[in-house]
Design a binder for this molecule. Structure first.
Ligand code: DQA
Length: 149
């Protein structure tokens, strides 16, 4: 049996993780996250693929591509979380589980970060756990896929 595929999609400025406001986002890079998720995924019988873009339309297209090949999506839409109906609409057309991840606790920060368009579609939301949030999301999505049978 082939392993379920999970796409881990990341929005703008997350390519600069490790350099970007480390007091908020930590010192790990997106490559560190990709490696940690791949290793954990392998343990759990999932194939993970991490992608990042700084462009809203490209993120929409990544979600469309996931519809064809992925059984689940973990997404940190970054700033588009708070602005993008297009990303919400694209996720709404995805049939598998969707988990929204934020490194920081968006509810403890500026008021404009408190609302997420994506949460209206997300099956679970993880915020404020730093890079560990991605690992928690991989574990949770494995559970969701396994329990769906
Ligand atoms: C973020 C939170 C967003 O408000 C912010 O724009 C980001 C990162 C997070 O992971 O904490 O770019 O999604």
């Amino acid at each position: 049996m082939t392993a379920p595929v999970i796409h881990i999609l990341n929005g703008p400025n997350l390519n600069l993780l490790g350099q970007r406001q480390p007091e908020i986002y930590g010192h790990d890079t997106l490559d560190d996250i990709a490696r940690a998720c791949a290793a954990l995924g392998q343990e759990l019988g999932l194939a993970t693929e991490l992608r990042q873009t700084n462009h809203e339309g490209a993120l929409v297209e990544m979600i469309h591509e996931a519809r064809e090949v992925a059984q689940g999506i973990i997404i940190n839409p970054a700033a588009y979380t708070h602005t993008s109906v297009a990303i919400l609409d694209a996720l709404t057309m995805f049939e598998g589980p969707v988990i929204e991840v934020h490194l920081s606790n968006i509810h403890k920060r500026e008021a404009f970060r408190h609302h997420s368009y994506v949460s209206a579609r997300a099956d679970a939301v993880i915020a404020g756990c730093g890079v560990q949030g991605y690992a928690l999301a991989v574990r949770q999505i494995a559970h969701m896929i396994a329990s769906k049978g």
